[in-house]
Design a binder for this molecule. Sequence first.
Ligand code: AMP
Length: 216
Amino acid sequence: MNIILLGPPGAGKGTQAARLVEHHGMRQLSTGDMLRAAVAARTPIGLRAKEVMDRGELVSDEIVSALIDAELTAMGEGVGVIFDGYPRTVQQAEQLDAILARHHRRLDAVIELEVDEEALVRRICGRFSCANCGEGYHDEFKPLRVPGTCDRCGGHEFKRRPDDNEATVRKRLQVYRNETAPILPLYEQRGIVTRIDGMAAIEEVTDAVERALASA
Ligand code: AMP
């Protein structure tokens, strides 16, 4: 199966994608993760993308679509894919259609996680992760059991994304409304969109996602 997880930043796309990877052996393709890796490795793409990302704006359609195309080429045909944070514009959605056709894949489902914007700002601004094992935390909703120590691996270093501050989050939400939400009608016409309440507990969202995939 090939599916798109759609929703504003902080809606829980990454969390749900990780669960699908665990339960179904699918591959998560997150353009945000790929770009952050490029920034960390100081590749030419990373150097160009960093400032755009720090401002909460979108990296060019050509760059992100090329990243996705390259990953699909490297992966071969047998593995199901979850697109997380891509496509984010109408042009990317069109590019994805062409990429999928080239790779003999079809899009089975688009899952939209619906969330309340003010709650998102709170969710995103408090989040951080262990620099060693990547476990995610939140100042308010999922604090460390022992201050300064990762519950999972015992690590003592943590990181926050530079774009997880209120001003940038509000910008990213605005970009989502203006640039990304308009791609939904394209997929609605094909009858493959399921809307899920992303404000529900993580387990409930996962159950709803599983039900949507079972009927896709
Ligand atoms: P994310 O981790 O998905 O929230 O992405 C973080 C940032 O990376 C975004 O705010 C954009 O600057 C950039 N980015 C990620 N995915 C895309 C995409 N599909 N198109 C354009 N920019 C993207």
